[in-house]
Design a protein around this ligand. Sequence first.
Ligand code: SF4
Ligand code: SF4
Length: 380
Amino acid sequence: MAILANPRLVGELEHYGAGDVVKCYHCGNCSAACPFSKEPFIFPRKSMRYLQMGLEDKLRGNLEPWLCYYCGECSEQCPREAEPGEVMMSMRRWLTAQYDFTGISKLFYKSWKAELSAIVAVALLTGLGFWWWGATHGDIRHYDGPQAFLASSFVHAFDWIMGGVLLALLLTNCARMWWFSMGRSRINVPLTEYVRRAWLLPVHFLTQKRYRECEKKRPWAVHLALMLSYVTMLVLIMFFLHAFQEGPEISWPHHSLGYLATIGLIGASVYALRGRIRRSETHYKHSHETDWIFLILLLYVAVTGIVQHALHRFGAGHAANILYLAHMMGVVPMLVLEVPFSKWAHLAYRPLAMYFSELQGAAILAREKSAAPAVRARAA
Ligand code: SF4
Ligand code: SF4
């Protein structure tokens, strides 16, 4: 079968943050230094090779970029300063764009102005829509009760519709990821293996346990705190929104979880922003524009959320409603644009890649085992 090479691939990856790929001369130091590089997934050197050779299809089906946690060991050991850690990061961005069938992700990664314009447009539409609804169905001086400006029943229905659209987009992207990496691969994985190892998916998602194997534990802890806070907040909003809009009494079973999640979101985003400004750790040395947009949006949403909550509890209904509008103007673009098309998508892709790679690894091992007697017989 002919293998097609795309000579423009290195240039294309530059839009996603890869800068020094051509410097690599394949000494292999990076793969030797990587704590996650284990048979049959030896990286990052092989991925650097695919990229240099323009093997687009191989790169599209490559799970290795998702097995990298950007600890930076490889970049520190590279004698050519080819920044393999950053190249792996840029491949994750490129893969995110490949899984997305709409082309929106590609547009965002190639032009931060397009992403920012889309965020502003969705934010303005959200603000206008919610303002119109509130003005025609409620009173801006009331945060809760029958005259509430934004009744929890309305926001709840809106959240569920938005959640359904998001889920459909994400599942489609995940199906494309499966097709590129597993479906058209020559490594055949039986359906029973998918079922038998399905438990790996929630375990990797909820614990990020492979990240913990990194020598430096702090990035894992920050990442886990951010992910758990985000998931907690999502569950609270999707299932218990009414408890957050009633009041002014505090519903401790719900609010205590909400406070913890808010602390996690603000703490992790401030930590990451500070790290990127100071370039204090290897994985913060290079920042793509989309990293800044994501973190600023996340911080904005968390801060406006807690301020509107405080205003409501102190009885300032009018101000709380204005902050609620401002909050939703951040929430909607974050969920509609960032989850399926940008940085947040890796919350789904990384655990999936862990799961797929374990399935592939076991299948390769089984194939080698069954081939071994035949090889021994030929040698005899
Ligand atoms: S250490 Fe640097 S030069 Fe050597 S293979 Fe890795 S990226 Fe290439
Ligand atoms: S950044 Fe760390 S995890 Fe990623 S390829 Fe390099 S050494 Fe491996």
